[in-house]
Every structure is written in structure tokens, then in C-alpha cells.
Design a protein around this ligand. Structure first.
Ligand SMILES: *Cc1c(COP(=O)(O)O)cnc(C)c1O
Length: 348
């Protein structure tokens, strides 16, 4: 039975989308890379500050259209933070209670934002504990566990014209090299890389998809070995990306290449990007950009020209007490100076 509430909820989300603008594609001009253009799809400008705004919208629509979300349904999500911020926004839009289950080390700024949108936070000790705790809460409260790590890949429409990949290719149309040689993306759920990889194939582009993976993540090993039981005993230190288990939304066969990025290199690259953009970016954007710089250097070496696109996933303002706190970086990530020197050498 289709309820009037569900109908209304879907039209609320569609109206919110209609009021929204697309995100910018920023071109980075690096004198050291003649004939090679780098681009950042700036996902920090969504109303809730990250690419997870797209995912949250898709997950709510998916849950509503599947009959999983109804009037009064408590929404529960396991999240390292960003998804919960965006889902709290949509839960408030629909007047639904929202609970985020996350590791206790989550950035303070994100917790404040979830609470700002009227959501509640439920903390667990380890990054691995969020799944079971979410399932239990959903059972106890008779709520709906959104489960981004399972459904990100299928809630997003990769064929149509309302996904991030389509937007990137449209925005590239008037550039010197409109068809990117590479798109570089990191994986949290794996949903964005799945969307981009499938879209590239569906449209018949020759663009290659590189997925960059931080330390303590099993995605790269899984891509090589295809063992779905891989586990990492510790969580990723790069918020939003790298997982301790193989997430169902990570689709390895649409990925052409993977690269391991040291955490210190990710943070050093994020810091370097501030000098290029005039504003701070999150550490996963550093991971992405590190991969893009390696590819640019490889192309330069081979005498090739072309374009490389990657994502600016969220703003650094969320991480002032972590990635932009020298003490924290030193004790948690280590010395980033050698990596900063390496970047300076690369881009020269
Ligand atoms: C989720 C997230 C990613 C990765 O995106 P997925 O589509 O989940 O793989 C990268 N950076 C940040 C900050 C994120 O929150």
C-alpha cells in the first residue's frame, strides 16, 4: 500500500534537489606539468559539506521506494561521520528520528553537525563494532538500518544523468582534453568509485579509474586477491576512506588500477593543496590528489598530455583539531615533512 506520507516524503526530497545546485569542477594549473591538466570535483559545497550528501539522498529515496521507510521510522546508520551528517539532514527534512553509530574517535565537528540536524550519536569503541551495534539498535527500536556499506553501490543511479560521473564528463566538455585519461577516487563505501567505473563503461569512454587506498584498509588486497574475508585489526586514520573489512559496495572489477597511499603522504598532500586552493581540504582529498600527482608524473615521464580528474570530498574545516593540528599529526600520523618535500619535488 502506498501511503500518502511516503508520497509526500519523496516529493520533499525531489523539491530539495530542485533547490540545489551542482558542484564546481576546479582546474588546478601546475607549471611543472605542461599539457597535463588536473581537476577537482568540489563536493565540499553540498549543503551538508561532503559527497555524502548525494549518497544520503539516494539512500533515503531507495529506502522510501522499497517500502523500508515509513512515517515515524527511526533511521539508524553506521558511519565514520560524513554519511551520518548528511542523513541527519534528510531525516530532519522528513521529520524522522535519526541515530548515528560511529567510532568514538570521530571528529568533534562532525558530531556537532549531526546533533545540529537533530540526530543522536551512539558511540562504539572500535571501527569494526559499528555494524553489529547498528543491527542491534535497529532490531531493538524496530527502526531501519540504512547500511550504506551494502547499499551505496545500488542506491545510486549510474546510468542516468543525475550522478557525479555524468556531471564530471559534462563539465569537462570545453577543456583541452575533455575525456580524462584517469579519474582518481578513494573508497569508503566504494559507492562513488562503482558509479564512476560503471558510467565510464556504459558510455564507452577510455578513461581509466584509479582507486587509492590508505593504510589499514583491505580494499587493495581484496582487489588483488579477491578474498572477501580479509580483515584489518585497526581502522583507517584517514576519515571517510579505507575499511577494516571488504565492503559489499566496493566493486573491484570496474577498477583499472589501485595505489596504496601512506597516511603521512595523504596529510602532506592535503596541506599542500591549501597552498594551491587557498582553503583547507579533508585528508581523503589529500589521498586522492596524491594519486593524481603520481599519475601526472608518470604521464610527464612518458611524454604524454591529458587530463586527470579527482574529488575534493570535504572541507578541512571539519578537521582543525586533527589533520590541521600539528601536535595531533605528529603523534597520530608521524612526520609529514619528507612527503611535503616529495610533493615539492614532484610538482616542480
Ligand atoms: C565517504 C567518503 C569518501 C569515499 O566515498 P565512497 O563513495 O563512500 O567510497 C571519501 N572521502 C570522504 C570525506 C568521505 O566521507
Amino acid at each position: 500500500m502506498k501511503s500518502t506520507w511516503v508520497k509526500h516524503a519523496i516529493s520533499e526530497i525531489n523539491a530539495d534537489y530542485q533547490r540545489s545546485a551542482d558542484t564546481h569542477l576546479i582546474r588546478l594549473t601546475l607549471p611543472g606539468f605542461a599539457g597535463i591538466q588536473l581537476y577537482l570535483k568540489d563536493e565540499s559545497t553540498h549543503p551538508t559539506g561532503s559527497l555524502k550528501h548525494r549518497l544520503a539522498r539516494s539512500l533515503f529515496l531507495y529506502g522510501l521506494c522499497n517500502g523500508w521507510i515509513n512515517e515515524g521510522t527511526t533511521i539508524i546508520e553506521s558511519s565514520s561521520g560524513s554519511t551520518a551528517v548528511s542523513e541527519a539532514y534528510f531525516a530532519r527534512l522528513l521529520g524522522l528520528p535519526f541515530i548515528a553509530v560511529m567510532p568514538s574517535c570521530t571528529a568533534k565537528r562532525k558530531i556537532e553537525q549531526i546533533e545540529f540536524y537533530g540526530g543522536r550519536c551512539h558511540f562504539v569503541e572500535s571501527a569494526c563494532g559499528i555494524y553489529a551495534a547498528s543491527e542491534m539498535l535497529a532490531r531493538e527500536l524496530n527502526g531501519h538500518y540504512m547500511d550504506q556499506f551494502t547499499f551505496a553501490e545500488r542506491a545510486t543511479d549510474w546510468r542516468g544523468n543525475n550522478n557525479i560521473a555524468d556531471s564530471i564528463f559534462r563539465q569537462m566538455q570545453n577543456e583541452p582534453h575533455p575525456e580524462p585519461t584517469h579519474i582518481v577516487m578513494s573508497a569508503g563505501t566504494g559507492g562513488t568509485s562503482a558509479t564512476i567505473g560503471r558510467y565510464i563503461r556504459c558510455q564507452g569512454y577510455d578513461t581509466r579509474l584509479m582507486v587509492v587506498d590508505p593504510e589499514n584498509s583491505v580494499f587493495l588486497d581484496y582487489w588483488q586477491q579477491r578474498n572477501p574475508d580479509l580483515r584489518s585489526p585497526v581502522g583507517s586514520k584517514i576519515e571517510g576512506i579505507g575499511r577494516p573489512r571488504v565492503e559489499p559496495s566496493f566493486i573491484p572489477d570496474v577498477v583499472d588500477e589501485m595505489l596504496r597511499v601512506p597516511d603521512a603522504a595523504s596529510v602532506a598532500t592535503a596541506h599542500w593543496l591549501e597552498t594551491q586552493l587557498g582553503r583547507k581540504v579533508g585528508a581523503s582529498t589529500g589521498t586522492n590528489m596524491w594519486g593524481a600527482l603520481q599519475l601526472a608524473a608518470r604521464m610527464r615521464e612518458a611524454g604524454q598530455t591529458g587530463s586527470i580528474v579527482t574529488l575534493l570530498c570535504d572541507s578541512g574545516e571539519r578537521y582543525l583539531d586533527t589533520y590541521y593540528n600539528a601536535e595531533w599529526v605528529k603523534s597520530t600520523i608521524g612526520d609529514v615533512a619528507p612527503w611535503s618535500a616529495e610533493i615539492a619535488r614532484l610538482v616542480k
